[in-house]
Design a protein around this ligand. Structure first.
Ligand SMILES: C[S@@+](CC[C@H](N)C(=O)[O-])C[C@H]1O[C@@H](n2cnc3c(N)ncnc32)[C@H](O)[C@@H]1O
Length: 269
């Protein structure tokens, strides 16, 4: 815990806001993704859905992938508990929405659907994109499917199964990846493996977003290696998320740590 606080303070005191950014690309990222405070049309319905899930006392049998690819005996969990512990926080879900809105990816891949909250933020950002999402637990995936139907989301394709098998299967169906969100199995080797698999379908404009980059020593190690990967031309660290870019137009490779101008960390974490 002390280590995590120290890590956070280190991030906080070395991060830039929009005022300290000279790169036009990163300035644009700050303006459109971190500083845009507009209340987009989709936010209201998604907040309502999140609240309904947080109140839902139904119990389902859940495969616990906590130890990575090992499928442990099923645990009984309330949907409310899953909604409270697994779903991306509202502030960061909006960041995902604005990422999809800004870069208009044609195809989005998410590892870790859970109840489908973040999937719906991607889906609602751009009807024209196709959102592929993978979840290991079939019962959780079923709840997500129901959420997609009630939200009238027509651009989502679900895959179910442990990422080790389901990711290669999904990639066979996906021609090219424009945006990837890796939000499950936060361990070093699997994260590196998913990155390599996704790279096979990436292009110069692909963006890969890693969740929980400081969650553990393993994830911090993975993030350090990923941002230093020679194929990565620019990286942005938001503490919760790490973004990597491959665009070759940048004059030099740079790593950015960014916070919004009017930042309230206590509302976020
Ligand atoms: C943090 S939750 C995803 C939250 C979701 N993206 C959201 O914001 O609403 C991670 C999900 O990944 C799934 N998961 C974790 N490890 C997995 C693995 N090795 N294979 C398949 N699914 C896995 C879990 O079952 C869990 O539902």
């Amino acid at each position: 815990m002390i280590k995590r606080i120290f890590q956070f303070l280190k991030f906080y005191f070395s991060a830039n806001t929009l005022h300290g950014v000279h790169s036009p690309f990163v300035f644009d990222f700050c303006r459109k993704i971190l500083e845009d405070q507009r209340n987009f049309y989709a936010y209201g319905d998604l907040v309502t859905l999140r609240e309904q899930l947080r109140q839902n006392k139904s119990v389902i049998d859940v495969n616990d992938f906590g130890a990575g690819s090992l499928v442990l005996p099923k645990k009984k969990k309330r949907i409310s508990e899953i909604a409270k512990t697994s779903a991306t926080a509202v502030h960061f879900a909006k960041i995902l929405f604005k990422t999809a809105l800004t870069y208009q990816p044609k195809s989005i891949l998410e590892l870790g659907t859970s109840l489908g909250i973040s999937t719906l933020y991607f889906s609602k950002a751009n009807d024209a994109s196709k959102v592929y999402t993978i979840e290991g637990c079939p019962n959780v995936a079923k709840v997500a499917q129901n959420n997609f139907q009630t939200s009238k989301a027509k651009n989502i394709q679900q895959f179910t199964g442990e990422f080790g098998q389901s990711l290669p299967n999904a990639l066979k169906e996906i021609e090219s990846l424009d945006l990837v969100f890796i939000d499950g199995n936060h361990r070093y080797q699997p994260t590196m493996d998913y990155f390599e698999l996704c790279m096979k379908k990436s292009n110069e404009n692909t963006i890969i977003v890693f969740d929980d980059i400081y969650w553990s020593d393993e994830m911090t190690k993975a993030w350090t290696e990923l941002k230093n990967d020679p194929r990565v031309t620019q990286s942005i660290d938001l503490y919760q998320f790490g973004y990597v870019f491959f665009n070759k137009d940048f004059k030099e490779k740079q790593h950015w740590k960014l916070v919004p101008l009017r930042w309230k960390p206590w509302q976020v974490w």
